[in-house]
Design a protein around this ligand. Structure first.
Ligand code: SF4
Length: 314
């Protein structure tokens, strides 16, 4: 009986989300990016095996990000395969490689439960400065318009730092005007490679809370879920799996680093992950319990099978 209780408690506290990052390269160069780029290019076969392994280990929610996933022509097959394995598929993109085609519209509708798009300012002056990319604000706005029939799939991601905190009220009005399913606000977190720009971006906790209070007042009357992520709230709540299968978690010391805990394919991978990560933070949990509206009929079958793993739906 005692053993059963301990087992149930561990099952409740285990992480259910895995983050799959493409750590080869990214077309953007955001100063505060936490991904350590430089790994060899991704291979479709290896990425498919990683997704399969993540599903086999009992993860329910998959976040795909890092260097933009859409830089790879094989990504639609991977996302459809992840969906066919019963995973909730969340993809973060900078949108440059997400071209406005009918096939991509169907991909978002069929295989992506939640699509994260970046907005760090209410106009090009602040956003493009934050992202270090001229014209990026206009591009993201075009993508938002193009995806207007799939608003229930759209999550806006905003990093709030010393550089754009003054603009969050205007940004709140702008985000409210097109009503995505969710707006996730992240306090700049000096961790991994992002730590090197702490002098430029670090925002005190009290200033961040001030921003949140102002934003909350604006969106309180609108149908928009606001998700607040203070910097340390994210710690230990998910493993990060690079596209070569290496698993990273937040290190307890040094506090601003990631630490490798080995391969996702190692026999003890789940035990290692569960010893380093806990359950999803409450702010983010409701993302993965939401229902999305499918306006385009889903494809009947994912067309990717992985050698040695059945292409089943769970
Ligand atoms: S778009 Fe995302 S992955 Fe690419 S550099 Fe910026 S934060 Fe990093």
């Amino acid at each position: 009986m005692h053993f059963l209780k301990v087992f149930q408690s561990n099952a409740e506290n285990r992480p259910l989300r895995a983050v799959l990052n493409f750590a080869h390269k990214c077309a953007m160069n955001c100063q505060w990016c936490y991904v350590p780029f430089g790994a060899p290019p991704a291979s479709e076969h290896e990425v498919a095996l990683i997704v399969s392994r993540i599903a086999d280990l009992g993860f329910k929610w998959l976040t795909v990000g890092g260097g933009d996933p859409f830089q790879y022509s094989f990504i639609p097959r991977i996302l459809r395969y992840a969906k066919s394995r019963g995973l909730f598929v969340h993809v973060d993109t900078h949108t440059k490689s997400l071209h406005q085609s009918q096939s991509n519209l169907e991909l978002v509708s069929d295989a992506i439960d939640l699509l994260g798009l970046p907005l760090d300012g209410s106009g090009s002056r602040v956003h493009d400065h934050m992202r270090g990319s001229e014209g990026h604000f206009d591009l993201v706005c075009r993508r938002i318009e193009w995806l207007s029939s799939l608003r229930s799939h759209i999550k806006i991601n905003t990093i709030v730092s010393l550089r754009n905190a003054h603009d969050v009220v205007d940004l709140a009005r702008f985000v409210s005007s097109f009503a995505p399913a969710r707006w996730s606000i992240y306090q700049y977190w000096p961790i991994g490679p992002a730590a090197r720009v702490s002098d430029n971006h670090a925002l005190s906790d009290s200033k961040f809370l001030e921003c949140i209070e102002e934003v909350s007042g604006i969106i309180a009357t609108r149908k928009l879920i606001l998700e607040i992520n203070s910097r340390e709230s994210r710690r230990d709540t998910y493993p990060i799996v690079h596209h070569d299968g290496e698993v990273f978690v937040h290190a307890s010391a040094p506090h601003d680093k990631f630490i490798s805990i080995g391969s996702i394919f190692a026999p003890n991978a789940l035990a290692s992950i569960c010893s380093a990560c806990i359950a999803e933070r409450h702010q983010a949990k409701s993302r993965y319990l939401m229902q999305t509206t499918r306006l385009i009929p889903p494809q009947s079958e994912a067309n990717l099978s992985v050698k040695g793993t059945p292409n089943d739906t769970r």
